[in-house]
Design a protein around this ligand. Sequence first.
Ligand code: NDP
Length: 492
Amino acid sequence: MADYDYDLFVIGGGSGGVRAARVAAGEAGAKVALAEEDRYGGTCVIRGCVPKKLMVFASEFSDTADVANAYGWNMTPGTFDWRQFRGHLNKELDRLEGVYRSLLKNSGVETFDARAKLKDAHTVELSTGETKTAKTILIATGGQPVRPDIPNANMGIVSDDIFHLDTLPKSILIIGGGYIACEFACILHGLGVEVTQYYRGAQILRGFDDEARGLIAESMRERGIDLYTGTNILQMGPASDDHSSAIPTASDAAMGAGAQQDIVMAHGGVKTDPNPDHTGPIWVKSTTGHEGVYDMVLFATGRDPNSTDMGLEDVGIDIGRRGEIIVDEYSKTAVDSVYAIGDVTNRVNLTPVAIREGMAFVETAFKNNPTAVDHDLIPSAIFTHPEMGTVGLSEEDARDQEEIEVYCTSFRPMRTAFAGQPDRVLMKLVVSKATRKVLGCHIVAPNAGEMIQLAGVAIKMGATKEDFDRTVAVHPTMSEEIVTMRTPMRTA
Ligand code: NDP
């Protein structure tokens, strides 16, 4: 057998790569190394789920005073200090990165703060100039946000940049209708930014249950987000005096001419290239003729796998149309000694899925227990306001597959209804007529992410509608409706 430097070399120190490295070293006793060119923790910890969720929490305090006052408190709405929050956020991210580094160290994984690319099927070349060999190589390099190909697109920011802003804009235009666009529309609106959102399709959150995404869109508009569907960005450029005077925005009026000049980027983005020369307002024209001037434009138009300039094709690895590494059900590439997990494979781009793929990889490659990743019935949450939790098939997908019953209720939740707020929640079960199995569960409500985790267990176990029915309600809660809906709203 050839003599390699390591049993496993992992490229990428995000959630998937770190988990695989730790488990291979700690549980399977493998000699493991990992290379990361940026910060340890990857997208989720450094520029995704974690800082985003902390921003969600920050944004949720905006109506605290209104609700509290309805309950007899005497509170005055406060103001949000972005720089104070950002300072605290950065400290927390530094702490988490330290945790990731020590987890690797304590598991005996050797780390290289360097970019790595493949030289051959068992060799990686580091940006430090070193070359290392390994019996198995795992690519877990994640993805990065992409901008549409239009002139001046580099005047806009991407989600990575948000956490580094020196000041929050007074107004922002968000392009896109997926997870990131909708989450940041709600977060930034909650933090006091005037938000306009363009989505090119008929309804935001394509692929999710129609009724659920309809309620989210309605709630976003009701809260004051200027959401335009069937609309895309056509042109953008620096706003001239003509633009500013021709199309005054509320923020222009509030701030006065030139006040936006302090909107600058602190770090200029990691893998992105915002135009550092342009810090003023941006003029935008839409495909429907709508024009506006915004302090900032955010492109939330999808993410592409990080697979370029890694020597992958030269080694014989197959790459798909978007740059995703093609793998089999065991996450193995076309080259026997090279595996890939997480967003770089563009399967289901969620942190817990990358972690699962990493664990299954270790079982397969290091524990002699070939384990395919189960991508079926993955629960997930979208941290909009209101939040959505979802698992299984949408009503539309389920009815294409078989005859179904739909159980659904929408109501004003007690907490905010008492305060006179218009918020509505939705609880929905999609049930197979033939097997009685619950095929999908969709919840739009505060903390829907917490609820769907538990509904996900039942649905993964194959629970039927009758199993839900014989479960006693927890009263008084919003989620009790999930077990008390008796009559189908419709069949299809
Ligand atoms: P998505 O793929 O979810 O959404 C991209 C959006 O941009 C879509 O609305 C798409 O429209 C639109 N779009 C794409 N290209 C263009 C274009 N050229 N012009 C205008 N609009 C365009 O990507 P996101 O960036 O929102 O998120 C990436 C992934 O990250 C998600 O798929 C998800 O897996 C993960 N994620 C998960 C989160 C969670 O679990 N809460 C939170 C954030 C991200 P169309 O629908 O027409 O294609």
